[in-house]
Design a protein around this ligand. Structure first.
Ligand code: ADP
Length: 547
């Protein structure tokens, strides 16, 4: 079990749970954007419709108005002074128009609500030509007013004298700048525009900054292409405006019945449009992140707490097991020692002479007893290790001497297997700085393994080499070796390689684990190299005593 991998997995699962939440939030924000855009589109369309409606109403009102003017005596008699005075009066009460006037059949202006110093002729104007040709109400195109010099759309209506002969045309000029006032009145959000464009790409009106834009031709601009690209209908599009601001435009023809009608478009800055949504989105996201952090913290600490509790429970079980092993070993040792003495007593003949058979049997039981005592001792050592009660007395020893003693102790076993044990030393002898009892136990273990796992008639070499700061003892055998795949686990407790379990029933798998623990407790190391069916070399390195 590893805490690190546990937290990794935990984070992963928390993320897995939170991911859909984030997706949901993203979707929510997206639909809010969509909603805002839809709302604004609807607003935009209703504004342009209102603008177009206003224009149509103005045009519709103009026909009866002009028809009434055409019947005025001041017009019919072509009384220039009277007519001009009357028209000036009428302009005041009809703010829809920037000028009212009358021209004769040649297009010469003889009456104008706004006085004109110049001689004005409107012969070429569309509304004039049409009114003359059709003999009825006629609308012109956007033009610069002949008298007012303003952007206007003019309407003409023919008038005649008492004899019914056509004498001229009365006209009214509708001010296109009215749309600016209209836009200002409805209080468009910041960075919004209201634009009227004709089919030739001329800006007829623009709010705000009419001075900068009115009269310009924008045929090449994306806005124009977007507007007039398709059939002339009502619609919405997104484009970069004339002033380089990204906008959402709603547009409609100013006069839906006229194929050549200019368009009126209202544009809302996208930045402004998304500002509110961005704020809510940011709040949403911040909230979600906060939740994420809290959930993660809870998951992490809660999870850890849970695991810790389990770990604590397992640790308790482990402690009880250690305690039991240690107690059981203690309790076993005393009677075992007694059994050994008793067995020795019998074997020595003190209790009476032994037959050859009895001698053999007591020898065998002596071997089993010492094995049992060995096992109990190992278990006791393991117990001491686990409970931190391993006693390491700081001392010093002659390594070569310890090796010689151990070889002596193991000799009977080696002889039984016809094994030759050779010893060799190299370097200038130095004493090891270690607990002699533990060092001997390690050597004994390495050596007894070498004997155990060597075939009969083999050879074992124990080398002691001295370096100024280090003493190295190696035990080399030409035995069964350790399978490569199992080598990494060889120092593990109770681990026995697969090739020895079949052939060697005796063994606990505790010896090497203890050897390593002992060596490390004294500041040393153990290690080995081995090849299956060829042999093994186990070594022990210990610090040399400071000279
Ligand atoms: P035991 O010898 O009681 O099984 P050890 O802890 O001393 O336990 O050794 C663990 C295992 O390491 C052995 O069971 C054996 O598989 C392997 N081993 C140790 N020493 C040798 C050796 N000299 N040659 C081959 N295998 C060895």
């Amino acid at each position: 079990f590893s805490m690190a991998s546990f937290s990794r997995r935990l984070w992963f699962f928390v993320c897995l749970i939170l991911l859909p939440l984030f997706a949901l939030a993203a979707f929510n924000i997206y639909s809010q954007y969509q909603q805002a855009a839809n709302d604004l589109t609807a607003t935009g369309l209703s504004i342009v419709r209102a603008a177009a409606q206003q224009q149509q109403t103005a045009v519709a009102a103009t026909e009866p108005f002009l028809s009434a003017l055409a019947k005025l005596p001041e017009v019919r008699t072509m009384d220039a002074a009277g007519c001009s005075a009357l028209f000036a009066q009428l302009l005041k009460s009809n703010p829809l128009y920037v000028n009212l006037g009358a021209v004769d059949v040649n297009g010469r202006l003889f009456c104008s609500g706004i006085p004109s110093a110049d001689v004005v002729n409107v012969n070429g104007r569309v509304w004039f030509r049409r009114a003359m040709d059709t003999g009825g109400f006629a609308a012109g195109e956007f033009e610069i007013g002949a008298v007012t010099r303003k952007r206007t759309i003019n309407f003409g209506y023919p008038f005649s004298g008492d004899d019914g002969r056509m004498l001229g045309v009365v006209y009214a000029s509708l001010d296109i700048e009215r749309f600016s006032a209209f836009a200002a009145n409805i209080k468009l959000p910041p960075d919004s525009t209201l634009t009227i464009l004709d089919r030739q790409g001329n800006v007829l009106a623009r709010y705000p900054e009419p001075g900068t834009w009115v009269g310009r031709n924008v045929k090449g601009e994306p806005v124009f292409r977007a507007l007039f690209g398709g059939p002339l209908v009502e619609g919405v599009y997104e484009a970069r405006g004339l002033d380089n601001v990204e906008r959402l435009y709603a547009f409609t023809p100013l006069d839906p019945r006229a194929a050549s009608s200019p368009l009126v478009a209202v544009g809302f800055s996208k930045q402004i449009l998304y500002q509110d949504v961005s704020r809510t989105a940011a709040l949403n996201l911040a909230g979600l992140l906060l939740i994420t952090a809290v959930v993660m913290l809870i998951a992490f600490y809660g999870g850890r707490e849970l695991v810790m509790r389990r770990v604590a429970a397992l640790q308790e079980v482990d402690r009880l097991k250690d305690e039991f092993v240690s107690l059981a070993s203690h309790q076993l040792r005393t009677p075992l020692t007694a059994v050994r003495w008793l067995n020795e007593l019998v074997a020595s003949g003190t209790a009476g002479p032994l037959t050859e058979m009895q001698k053999q049997l007591t020898e065998e039981s002596a071997r089993s007893i010492s094995q049992l005592i060995g096992l109990v001792n190992e278990l006791l050592d393991i117990g001491r290790l686990d409970q931190g009660r391993l006693q390491v007395s700081a001392g010093s020893a002659d390594a070569a001497e310890l090796v010689a003693e151990t070889v002596g102790e193991i000799a009977p076993l080696a002889v039984a297997k016809f094994l030759k044990i050779e010893t060799a030393t190299s370097g200038t002898p130095v004493r090891v700085h270690a607990d002699p009892r533990l060092v001997k136990q390690i050597i004994l273990n390495l050596l007894s393994n070498a004997v155990k796992y060597s075939p009969e008639h083999g050879a074992i070499t124990v080398r002691t080499s001295f370096a100024p700061r280090l003493v190295r003892i190696s035990v080399e055998d030409r035995g069964i070796g350790i399978p490569a795949a199992e080598q990494p686990r060889i120092f593990g407790r109770f681990f026995r390689a697969s090739n020895v379990r079949a052939t060697q029933a005796e063994g606990t798998g505790l010896g090497l684990a203890l050897a390593r623990a002992f060596a490390e407790a004294m500041g040393g190391r153990v290690g080995f190299s081995s090849k299956e069916n060829t042999g093994s070399t186990f070594w022990l390195e210990l610090p040399a005593e400071a000279s």
